[in-house]
Write a protein that binds this ligand. Structure first.
Ligand code: LLP
Length: 413
């Protein structure tokens, strides 16, 4: 059962009415369900029960400390892409020994921070990064555990901005270059070769691209083993999609069956980096209708959330469900749901059929992933607060920014 459901004509999250959250914390406000977060993690984890595996939640999807803490307590590791994310994971109670570090542009200071913390693995994405890491580790008297992120050149059939495993993408090292890089790395004094990593994209709804990429990865692992380089883990990345509208995302059970079949009898431990799948469906963005502006061509419902709060519709033309918190009887019209930001690209949803009145609350669904984390202060709008609901309790886990926060780091000359 979904954590978000109507009861007596009103939308609830677990046992709390969204209208009560709006009254207490104001809008716009991100609301997450603890039960939904835990259920999503457990589904992934249990699908691999019996197989040696580690889930490293990709915290770029939602890095609120409360969310990270919930996953850390369930035993999750973390996939990070910056020193800031490492600090967050640790502040939330995450175990650095379960952290993998991805990303094409790791700074020397971030490498130092991660080596000092004792992370599980660096997912190295280029020859130059390897050289830098070897040098940094050498200066610190440490050996850096590494994987290469290999680009399998597989089409994940997703939005071009979030496809990462194609030959033309900036991510990973080319498949053809990988064996020589591994041989080179194996000779370096300050790195230890541990694994192989692939991540082909995000919001992937089909199984085939995964199968193709995983097969290619295993062929490479076998080539390396034959050449005397035995890897201890294979990181299959993240990317499993969720339902926003009418997609039929791959079921975790199907994905797990495919992976288990490929890895049956193999010695490598499995690592995964899911982001969206663990948090996307567990959150909504709660917003209030400020004004209705019916027009000759289009009807605009101007709400108090905007592209600075939820960028996905503007950036990717993404479709998020929009539901009235208390659906009203009356005239259903087609609405453009837009924010107050001074850009025509500032829309949250288009062409939605709703009966609306000023003051109504709307829940923008499937907003738990890449929502608050991608928000900004554009138009000097304080960022929204975040709330986690746990059964009948609502906890404020990030306060709304104040106007003073907006320019606290600036000064007049
Ligand atoms: N691992 C790596 C190396 C990644 O780059 C990503 C996401 C993930 C794991 C997690 O992918 P997920 O399981 O969440 O699909 N802002 C975009 C999504 C960008 C994804 C970037 N990389 C959006 O709002 O759709």
């Amino acid at each position: 059962m979904s954590a978000f459901a109507y009861r007596d004509g009103e939308l609830f999250v677990e046992r709390v009415a969204l209208s009560a959250i709006a009254a207490r914390f104001g809008t716009p406000c991100y609301v997450y369900s603890r039960a939904a977060l835990e259920a999503a993690y457990r589904e992934y984890d249990e699908a691999f029960a019996g197989a040696e595996h580690l889930i490293c939640y990709a915290l770029k999807a939602n890095s609120n400390l409360a969310v990270l803490g919930i996953f850390a307590r369930l035993g999750s590791g973390f996939d990070i892409v910056s020193g800031g994310e490492l600090a967050r994971a640790i502040a939330a109670g995450g175990d650095p020994a379960k952290v993998v570090f991805s990303g094409v542009g790791k700074r020397a200071s971030e490498m130092e921070q991660a080596l000092a913390a004792g992370i599980l693995c660096f997912n190295v994405e280029s020859a130059e990064e390897l050289a830098r890491l070897d040098a940094v580790a050498g200066r610190m008297g440490k050996r850096a555990p590494i994987s290469f992120r290999v680009n399998p050149d597989v089409d994940p059939k997703t939005h071009p901005y979030i496809a990462t495993g194609l030959a033309q993408s900036k991510f990973g090292v080319a498949f053809a270059d990988a064996p020589a890089l591994y041989r080179h790395a194996a000779k370096l004094p300050n790195v230890a070769v541990h694994g192989l990593d692939i991540h082909i994209g995000s919001q992937i709804t089909e199984l085939e691209p995964y199968r193709e990429a995983a097969r290619k990865a295993l062929d490479l692992v076998d080539v390396l083993r034959a050449g005397g380089i035995a890897l201890t883990h294979v990181d299959l990345g993240g990317g499993l999609g969720i339902r926003y509208r009418d997609e039929h995302p791959v079921r975790i059970s199907e994905y797990a069956e495919m992976v288990r079949d490929l890895f049956r009898g193999r010695p490598e431990r499995l690592v995964f980096e899911p982001g969206r799948r663990l948090v996307g469906g567990a959150g909504v963005l709660l917003t209030k209708v400020e004004f209705l502006k019916p027009g000759a061509v289009k009807n605009f419902a101007i709400v108090d959330a905007a592209m600075n709060d939820l960028l996905r519709p503007s950036l990717y033309d993404a479709w998020h469900p929009v539901d009235a918190v208390r659906p009203r009887a009356g005239d259903v019209k087609e609405w453009e749901i837009v924010g107050p930001v001074c850009e025509s690209g500032d829309f949250l949803a288009r062409g939605r059929h709703l009966a609306l009145a000023p003051g109504d609350l709307l829940a923008i669904g499937a907003a738990g992933a890449y929502g608050h984390v991608m928000s900004s202060n554009y138009n000097s709008r304080p960022r929204a607060c975040e709330v986690v609901v746990d059964d009948s309790q609502a906890h404020l886990v990030r306060r709304r920014e104040t106007v003073e926060d907006l320019f606290a780091h600036e000064r007049v000359l």
